[in-house]
Design a protein around this ligand. Structure first.
Ligand code: PAF
Length: 282
């Protein structure tokens, strides 16, 4: 396994690979790798001649300084996991300086409204930070295919929009959510939960599954009410939002229409640790 901390040597290393028209698969991550990340890497290894994984906790996408400070940083362990998966993978683990050249600020993007819903509402500036880092990483890595988990479904739609609007030559591939044994969606933030909190956090997915079931026969308002009630009497949980939205536009829906794909999105604080999850309702 080769690890690069600077973009210049990485670009030089990738140049002959690009010139030979080999495909480059790219998995951008913020580290603290779990089985979900490793599944993205496996898929990239299967579908590309070369796989690059970035590990970078991007400061510009955090609107909460405490969340940024507490975000797990486990580079040695991450490198060990990647090497065990495949020694062929190229790792790019840059410093903030290497990425931002002394100016760690976001660009401003117009994602045609996708950025104003859910995560965008509750984490101001988050998607400008995501757009900035993803665009910069694409410039450095020049991937053929890039792999993103569907847990961050809004992010996935936004990255697709970024690519479409800027005519970038990369195919964005969304991959299914990986879940722990109790069905909690895998996330690097789960590391910060106690064993008991992690166990109890299975309520999030259980509630989504129930919501999906109810969505078949009940109104959107009634499903919304059900979810509010499910978290109301739990001191451990603080529900930030539950939204049923059109999968394409991400606009919240109040009535059901034929030929539309719906998806439920949820964000919940478990003892101050913010977890998100999503489920397709069709
Ligand atoms: O999903 C993530 O881990 C991050 O938002 C990403 C895409 C690596 C950008 O920092």
């Amino acid at each position: 396994m080769q690890i690069f901390h600077g973009k210049a040597p990485l670009i030089a290393h990738l140049k002959p690979i690009k010139s030979a028209h080999s495909t480059i698969g790219f998995v951008p991550t913020m580290g603290a790798l779990h089985a979900g990340h490793l599944a993205l890497m496996e898929r990239s290894l299967q579908e590309n001649e070369c796989t690059v994984v970035s590990i970078f906790v991007n400061p510009t996408q955090f609107n909460n300084p405490e969340d940024l400070a507490k975000y797990p940083r486990t580079l040695d362990e991450d490198v060990r996991k990647i090497t065990a998966l495949s020694p062929e993978i190229i790792v790019y683990a840059p410093s903030v300086e290497d990425i931002y050249d002394g100016n760690p600020v976001s660009q401003s993007f117009d994602f045609e409204g996708l950025e104003n819903q859910m995560e965008g509402k509750f984490r101001p500036g988050h998607f400008n930070g995501v757009g900035t880092i993803v665009q910069r990483l694409f410039e450095i890595v020049t991937p053929t295919n890039a792999y993103f988990g569907e847990k961050d479904f809004q992010q996935l739609q936004i990255v697709k929009k970024l690519v479409a609007k800027n005519h970038l030559e990369v195919t964005i591939i969304g991959c299914p959510i990986y879940r722990e044994a109790n069905q909690l969606a895998m996330s690097s933030r789960n590391e910060r939960l106690s064993a008991d909190e992690r166990n109890q956090a299975s309520l999030i997915y259980q509630t989504l599954v129930q919501a999906k079931e109810k969505f078949k026969t009940e109104s959107i308002e009634s499903v919304n009410q059900y979810v509010q009630e499910a978290f109301k009497n739990h001191s451990l949980f603080d529900l930030e939002y539950f939204v049923i939205a059109d999968e394409e536009t991400l606009l919240p829906c109040v009535t059901k229409e034929k030929n539309k794909n719906y998806r439920a999105f949820i964000a919940v604080f478990v003892n101050n640790i913010r977890l998100i999850d999503t489920i397709s309702l069709n």
